[in-house]
Design a protein around this ligand. Structure first.
Ligand code: MF3
Ligand code: CO
Length: 270
């Protein structure tokens, strides 16, 4: 989600995070199952020559087949199931007719709504090059982003605070030489795609709202190889790294637990 410093969004972040009951969680779990199935299908379909629109269609078909709807339709002006970003693009890419090529870093971000409950997830993969030369560096870049996501998720337990998630993500990404984008953050999720509180990928341990059992969050690692700055492309949606370096995106919807978070959108085990 984009950080908007308007009076209204400041007021929203002052509200207490919402804690869900078990019936609500069961609906969110179903929504998340639909989201992770769609993400898995789309990721498994990535290959040289397929277009972003075809990947979007695969995700969309799966969401409808499982009885879900497109959460991103709740964003004014957006009508796709997914956001697809390649290489220097970081988030919010509109799927186009552009075809995937060898060596591309491809992120797919999608969210679903089921009986009024939202789930959001994203992942980035490498389309390997035949000569394998630049694969190593790109693989390391993705490994760090994924590890940062799980480090953040590991902090999503009651008794901790939002800043504990943020710092865990930041220290992994920056400790290994990459950069967290400052203007884009994770978020609460549930009855709406974007809810209070913001869950930044940068911050200080021991700060921010207390995490309570049952809160649902979309934890996001939004990072680049070269700079924490992003610029908005001419299409009015896509954010790319300001210096043209690679962007990566890893996101999971989780529910805060006592000893560990319940990860709702783990497409690898769907
Ligand atoms: N998953 C994105 C986020 O949480 C939402 C994309 S909204 C869209 O920020 F309209 F750009 F699709
Ligand atoms: Co999100």
């Amino acid at each position: 989600m984009e950080v908007v410093k308007s009076g209204q969004s400041l007021k929203i972040s002052e509200r207490l995070p919402v804690v869900r009951n078990s019936y609500e969680h069961s609906l969110m779990r179903k929504s998340a199952y639909i989201a992770s199935s769609a993400l898995k299908r789309a990721l498994n379909s990535i290959r040289v020559g397929i277009s972003e629109l075809e990947l979007n269609r695969i995700a969309e078909d799966e969401i409808y087949r499982l009885g879900g709807d497109l959460s991103y339709k709740s964003v004014p002006g957006y009508k796709f199931a997914t956001c697809i970003t390649v290489n220097e693009e970081v988030v919010h890419g509109i799927p186009t007719a552009r075809k995937i090529r060898e060596g591309d870093l491809v992120s797919i971000d999608l969210a679903t709504v089921y009986k009024g409950w939202h789930a959001d997830c994203a992942w980035t993969i490498l389309v390997k090059e035949k000569d394998g030369k630049s694969n190593k560096e790109k693989e390391r870049f993705l490994k760090v982003g994924e590890e940062a996501l799980w480090d953040g998720v590991a902090q999503a337990v009651s008794g901790n605070r939002i800043g504990d998630i943020s710092e865990a993500i930041q220290s992994k990404v920056e400790g290994l030489g990459y950069h967290i984008v400052r203007s884009l953050v994770g978020h609460g999720i549930g009855k709406k795609l974007h809810e209070d509180p913001e869950v930044a990928g940068y911050g200080k341990r021991g700060t921010g709202k207390d995490l309570k059992i049952g809160m649902s969050l979309a934890i996001e690692v939004i990072y680049t190889k070269g700079t924490p700055e992003v610029t908005l492309d001419k299409d009015g949606w896509t954010y790319s790294s300001a210096d043209g370096s690679w962007g990566g995106l890893f996101e999971m919807t989780v529910v805060i637990g006592k000893r560990r978070a319940e990860v709702l959108t783990d497409w690898r085990h769907t």
